[in-house]
Design a protein. Sequence first.
Length: 529
Amino acid sequence: MNLSQFFEHWKIVENPFRGEEARNDAVFARMSALTTGDPAAAALHSDFEKVLGDPARPSTAIVFGEKGSGKTAMRLQIEARIARHNRESPDQRMFVVLYDDLNGFLDRLQSRAARHADAARPARTKPRPARSRNGAEQREPDGAEVFKRIRLVDHIDAIVSTGVTRLVTALMSRGRSDEPAPDVHGLELAARRDLLLLQALYDAGEHADERTRRLRRLLHLPPPPAVMWTVLVVLGAIPPVAFVVWSIFSPQGAQDLWRLVVLLVLLGLWFGVLIRRLVVDRFRVRSLARRLQRQLRVLDRPERSLARALDALSSRDRDAEVLPVTESEDIRYAMLARLRCVLAGLGYAGIVVIVDRVDEPRLVAGDAERMRQLIWPMMSNKFLQQDAIGFKLLLPIELRYAVFKESSGFFQEARLDKQNMIERLSWTGATLYDLCAARLNACRAEGEPPISLAAMFDEDVTRQDLIDALEQMHQPRDAFKFLYRCFSEHCAGVPAESGQYRVPRLLMETVRRQEAERVQQLHRGIRPA
């Protein structure tokens, strides 16, 4: 017998337990789209409502969970719930910033550190590696220095960049994207200028400097001073040329001294405007772009692109005192506040930032110390408790152990007692049973009544037996593996014509013992999966 025949007997159109990654799980995606009152929507963790909070009033939550405990699934459920809230309450929408792909963040920091190291290294010299007592070379792990230099301002820059890029892309698409384009016509002048400034600094899209000029036209902002000076350069050449032509064709020619003086004055004025536009302005903009590029370490913007974007801004917006040209956190908080004000003008009541997949980046590779160095700069109560901004930090369980090793000073700064912290995203056997039963019935043929998970096992296997077995699996991913093996090994051991469509107790107990041992080995780090 094969699995298709087995599930066909039970009127199940899709294998409920083959998915191991929430992002690629079709069953989970279908269940997430269901309403809260649907029986198949019972896949929510008991702590989900605490983590989500009130969608109309964004709040911060910190969750620690093991691999396979459902952190990514919870992130997708948060996105789905906020999307539904935005549809039902268009005047209290939330703007979601997904801060879950940290590979680019770390790669850019590493690339920047490597360039600076090469620039600081004298020519024709190579660094001498340190040596241990036995003479062996001691090389620092790849990227280790990067994690030591991660700052809170780097995270804020990355979050603002992600939000601004998504917002500007939606504005530029205007009907060519699945995401509805916000209406910018109701924005006040100050908000439109803030949006242009944020785009010029933080847009990570292709041809960002060209998008600055397109956005200025879209926002109906007056032309920048650079345009005025360019026009003066072009038009300023007309009076001297006209005067020369007039002098040549006049009866007196160019012999009169006053005509020569006027010509020199006109040429001097035009030359002054030319120097101002081609030399002074360009030097100021390039210098400012160089300072910005030095501080915006997580953005992959060439200096030339930044300079062109800055050239499209007004002089007041190019004031270095309000731009992130230093390591000042206050300026970064001001940039977040600008983004929040712009979104408020577009109908968004707040921002929700979701942090996930911290252990997956190439440079992290599951290393607990690197995860700590990556996340700890964000453990600040001032950062986590901002008005109208909620942070959902879905973190690996290794960071929970690191938290309890910290000093009292760390706890005073982070104030984890105010962050809706879930110490462990744990699942009981009963909750796993409900989850598996919900997935099972979500895959039933349309119009078929729901069935019990225990009905697919022999009569001597009770519901409590399955609950006890699932208790040993600890988390959804391993619970799905357990049930998948039960069904697949049962099908492999019986012929199709036997009509045996229930899993016997002996097989269930055998699989339970093997899977429980696998889970224990996985937790001890001696088994890959």
